[in-house]
Design a protein around this ligand. Structure first.
Ligand SMILES: Cc1ncc(COP(=O)(O)O)c(C=O)c1O
Length: 457
């Protein structure tokens, strides 16, 4: 096979600060064993997130230089709206500053206490926003999503039987909407198929319930559909994305992932009534309706990105390079979640560290050890992020999967960077018994991963 090359070249470079193991031991101690609290300059390869970390293209920069920074009605907004609408197809396009702002706006504009919302899996901030507004947010992933070894090509699918049953049980009048997250970030970045979306839409339509997408990774989901689903083989990635959006009543999304933005979010919706309520909230909390808190230059860069995100050379490289990282890790014995998605490789923390009980936070402890070992920062989507303690402060309920996530920023790292990260993790796997468990010192009631502090057991 020919060497796979990045379908772009670098014009501007940013130095990486190299560090020693001794320095990293000190840095992580000062960060209370929470990699999120490290300074970025203390990291060699930063796989903490693929969000807001994309390298911008020459086309994006040139659009930004010509941006219109008028307070309202700027040319840049109309360019953004046109690019978004031609892809998403809904009547109203409402910009906001990032994905969780979109969730917050929807939560406060349309959710009422006692509402029920079903999803394949709510992302952490989505769940918090909806529950804060008084809703019950329930996940209905297919059983294969919880099996790290299952080869199911669409582990992001929502469980259709459970969706039907759960709607009947809750009573359709109490279900405010159904939201499908593409791809399913919390269960390994797994895609949702067109067939699953279509069937979910049919169930929702029958019960008169709106279907929304959390479409932060719409382009990667579309390309994985093209690769894995027969009916989409001859479609372009853009056509697949349009087919996905066409099945929905609305979309909310962070534009910091596939949107290739350093900031940005949007809501795209058909309902005039919801749009009006959301715009009123927007004016209170984000900004004017033709900016949503974004600068004209952000809107320009995002307008270009709707096109670039669906470039098939870029998507083919993105998915192949992520897959190559996964294969390298698997060949070194590292227990990785399969099949590989697009934005990240996930490692099974419990299988990597069988000597650590759930209380000692295997995937989190592994992410700390990986940083110390080679300066690679990763993140956990597992016990720290999703573990829940009962009200009396006693028993823990741990999530089905305790994963370490290596999220790959778009257009930033070369294949050599990825290979270095893989070698570091494989080396650590060979001495895995040295990974020391951690326990909480401080754990806030919600979104613990951002601020919690830890100590070695
Ligand atoms: C699926 C999903 N939805 C929503 C969000 C929140 O987006 P943002 O970070 O832009 O607030 C994220 C962020 O990682 C995400 O992965």
């Amino acid at each position: 096979m020919k060497t796979m090359i990045e379908p772009y070249r670098s014009r501007v470079v940013e130095p990486i600060h190299m560090t020693t193991r001794e320095q990293r031991e000190e840095f992580i101690r000062d960060a209370h064993y929470n990699p999120f609290l490290l300074k970025a300059e203390q990291v060699i390869i930063d796989f903490v997130t693929d969000s807001g970390t994309s390298a911008l293209s020459t086309r994006q920069w040139s659009g930004m230089l010509g941006a219109d920074e008028s307070f309202t009605g700027s040319r840049s907004f109309y360019r953004f709206r046109e690019a978004a609408q031609s892809l998403l197809g809904h009547r109203h396009i409402i910009p906001c500053h990032q994905g969780r702002a979109a969730e917050h706006l929807i939560a406060h504009a349309v959710i009422k206490p006692g509402d029920v919302i079903f999803s394949n899996t709510h992302f952490a901030t989505t769940r918090e926003n909806f529950e804060e507004a008084g809703a019950v947010a329930r996940d209905l992933p297919i059983p294969e999503a919880l099996d790290p070894a299952s080869p199911h090509p669409f582990k992001g699918n929502i469980d259709l039987n459970r969706l039907e049953g759960s709607i009947r049980e809750a009573g359709p009048e109490h279900v405010r909407f159904v939201v499908i997250t593409v791809t399913d970030n919390s269960h390994g970045g797994q895609p949702v198929s067109l067939a699953n979306l279509r069937a979910a839409q049919e169930i929702c339509r029958r019960h008169g319930i709106p279907l929304l997408l959390d479409a932060a990774r719409f382009a990667e989901n579309a390309y994985l559909i093209k690769l894995r689903e027969e009916e989409a083989r001859r479609m372009t990635a853009r056509e697949v994305a349009q087919a996905m959006f066409h099945l929905t009543d609305g979309v909310f999304m962070s534009l910091k992932k596939d949107g290739l933005g350093n900031t940005g979010g949007l809501i795209s919706i058909n309902s005039d009534e919801w749009a009006e309520k959301i715009r009123i909230r927007l004016l209170v909390s984000e900004g004017v309706t033709t900016a949503g808190g974004l600068a004209g230059r952000d809107l320009e860069s995002l307008a270009v990105a709707f096109d670039e995100a669906l470039d098939e050379n870029y998507l083919a490289y993105r998915i192949a390079s992520t897959c190559a990282l996964g294969e390298q890790l698997a060949a070194g014995g590292v227990p990785v979640l399969r099949p590989f998605g697009a934005h990240a490789i996930y490692v099974d923390g419990r299988a990597f560290c069988p000597h650590l009980p759930d209380e000692q936070l295997p995937a989190w402890s592994l992410s700390v050890a990986l940083y110390v070992h080679g300066g690679v920062r990763s993140w956990e989507t597992g016990n720290v992020m999703m573990g829940r303690r009962d009200k009396a402060g006693g028993r823990w309920t741990w999530p089905a999967l305790d994963l370490l996530r290596l999220a790959i920023p778009r257009r930033v790292y070369s294949s050599n960077h990825l290979s270095y990260a893989a070698e570091t993790l494989i080396d650590l796997f060979e001495r895995r018994h040295e990974v020391r468990g951690l326990r909480f010192i401080y754990r806030p009631p919600v979104l613990a991963q951002f601020v919690a502090t830890f100590e070695p057991v």
